[in-house]
Design a protein around this ligand. Structure first.
Ligand code: ATP
Ligand code: MG
Ligand code: MG
Length: 376
C-alpha cells in the first residue's frame, strides 16, 4: 500500500518506520512548499498535490492546520482518512467545540469572540479566570491569552483586538479556566469497520504549554471507562477512521475534554515500546483497512520530549529498556527534536530508572524533570 501523509514532520517519519514491516510505504507532502519528500531523508521526490494523490492508495494527515483548499482536494480523491471534516474539527476550535457539544461530551464552557461585544459577553457570562485561544493555528500553547483579574481586562482585550484585526479569518474561543488536578489523554484507533481500540489513559506534564513527559501505567478502571465512552462518542460523531487523540482535564475524577487531535499524538509515543502495536502502526492499519493491533499496556512506560537540543549523552543508551528517537530536524529553541522512551516491569522500577536517566541528562536542558519525578 502507498500512503500519502499531509505534513512532513516527525509523525510522518514515525509512520514510515512503523509502516515498513507491513510493506506500507509513506510519502510525505509538505503543504507549505507543495513538495513531496521522503519521510526519513527529507529528500525531495516531486511536487504537486494532484500527482501525489493520483499515486497514493490512501491519504492521511500528521497535523490539523491544513488550508481548506488542500483538504477539499484530498477529500475529492475519495482516499482521505480520517477525512476533511475530522481534520477541520481538530484545526478550528469553533468546529471542535460544536463537535464536542453534539457528541454530548463534557468540556469547558465557552464563547466565540469576533468583536468587543462578544468579549464582554464572555467575561460576564463565563466569569474569571478565563483562557482565550485563537480559533485557528494554535499548538503548543501558542496563540493563547489568560485573564485572571478584572484589572487586566482592557489590556488583554487590546492584545486580542490587535490579533483579530491582523487576520480576518481568525476568531478567538474563550473558555472557563478549569482547576484540574491532572491532564490525561486517550489515544485510540477506529477501523474502517467501526472497531475501536484504545490505549490506557496517559498522564501528561506540560512546561510552558508544551508536552514534556507522558506516563503510561495501569490506570483506574472508572476513569478509563469514562474516557473510553467519550472517545467512542467523538469518534462515532466523526465517523472516524485512524488514530485519534483526546486530551482531558481530570477534575476530582470527572473528565472534561480539553481538545482533540485527529491524528497520531505526542502523548502516544510511549506506545512504541509500551504496547504490542504502536499508535503509528495502528493508524496505518486503520486507514489501510487492516485489523487493529493490541492496545493493551505491556509494561509501564514513560516518554520524555527532547526540546531544543540536538544531543543527549549517548551513555543513556546503557539504561535497559530505553529507546532514543531523533527526528533529524535542525535545532531551534524549544523545538521538538526527539524523544526518549523508558520502560520497566513496574511503576516503582520505572521511577527508579527515570531517576537514573535524570542524573545523566544535563539539568540545564531538562530543568523540570526532577520535579516531575516527585509527582509520579
Ligand atoms: P497542543 O500542543 O496540545 O495542541 P494547544 O496549543 O492546542 O496545545 P491547549 O491544549 O488547548 O493548547 O492548551 C494548552 C495547555 O493550556 C493545556 O495543556 C492546559 O495545561 C492549559 N489549558 C488549556 N485550556 C485550559 C482551560 N480551559 N483551563 C485550564 N487550563 C487550560
Ligand atoms: Mg491543540
Ligand atoms: Mg493540547
Amino acid at each position: 500500500m502507498k500512503v500519502l501523509v499531509l505534513g512532513a514532520g516527525q509523525l510522518a517519519r514515525m509512520m514510515a518506520l512503523a509502516g515498513a514491516p507491513l510493506s506500507i510505504t509513506i510519502s510525505a507532502y509538505d503543504v507549505n512548499t507543495d513538495t513531496l519528500v521522503h519521510p526519513l531523508t527529507q529528500q525531495q521526490l516531486g511536487s504537486g498535490l494532484a500527482q501525489a494523490l493520483e499515486a497514493a492508495d490512501v491519504v492521511t494527515a500528521e497535523f490539523e492546520h491544513i488550508p481548506l483548499a488542500i483538504l477539499e482536494q484530498c477529500q475529492a480523491s475519495g482516499k482521505f482518512l480520517p477525512g476533511a471534516s475530522a481534520i477541520r474539527a481538530g484545526g478550528d476550535r469553533r468546529v471542535e467545540k460544536a463537535l464536542l457539544a453534539s457528541a454530548g461530551v463534557a468540556n469547558a464552557a465557552y464563547q466565540v469572540i469576533n468583536n468587543q461585544a462578544d468579549f464582554e459577553k464572555a467575561v460576564s457570562r463565563l466569569g474569571l479566570p478565563l483562557i482565550f485561544k485563537s480559533a485557528l493555528a494554535g499548538y503548543d500553547g501558542k496563540g493563547q491569552w489568560r485573564l485572571k483579574e478584572a484589572a487586566q481586562t482592557a489590556s488583554v482585550w487590546q492584545q486580542m483586538a490587535d490579533f483579530l484585526a491582523a487576520d480576518s479569518s481568525q476568531a478567538i474561543v474563550a473558555e472557563q479556566f478549569i482547576g484540574f488536578q491532572r491532564e490525561v489523554s486517550l489515544v485510540g484507533a477506529r477501523s474502517r469497520t467501526g472497531e475501536v481500540k484504545v490505549y490506557p489513559l496517559t498522564e501528561n506534564h506540560h512546561v510552558n504549554g508544551v508536552l514534556s513527559v507522558s506516563l503510561a501505567r495501569p490506570v483506574d478502571h472508572a476513569l478509563q471507562h469514562q474516557a473510553e465512552q467519550m472517545f467512542a462518542a467523538v469518534a462515532e460523531q466523526l465517523d472516524y477512521v485512524g488514530v485519534l487523540a483526546i486530551e482531558f482535564f481530570d477534575v476530582a475524577g470527572q473528565l472534561l475534554v480539553n481538545e482533540i487531535a485527529p491524528r497520531v499524538h505526542n502523548s502516544g509515543h510511549w506506545t512504541q515500546q509500551g504496547a504490542d502495536c504502536c499508535q503509528f502502526a495502528n493508524h496505518l492499519r486503520a486507514v489501510c483497512g487492516l485489523p487493529l493491533g493490541s492496545t493493551a499496556l505491556v509494561r509501564p512506560t514513560l516518554m520524555v520530549n527532547i526540546l531544543g537540543e540536538d544531543e543527549v549523552p549517548n551513555a543513556i543508551l546503557n539504561i535497559p529498556a530505553l529507546g532514543l528517537h531523533w527526528y533529524g530536524k535542525t535545532k531551534r529553541a524549544g523545538r521538538k527534536m526527539g524523544h526518549i522512551n523508558l520502560s520497566a516491569n513496574s511503576t516503582a522500577e520505572l521511577k527508579a530508572q527515570f531517576a537514573k536517566l535524570i542524573d545523566q541528562l544535563p539539568a540545564s536542558a531538562f530543568p523540570e524533570l526532577e520535579q516531575m519525578l516527585h509527582q509520579l
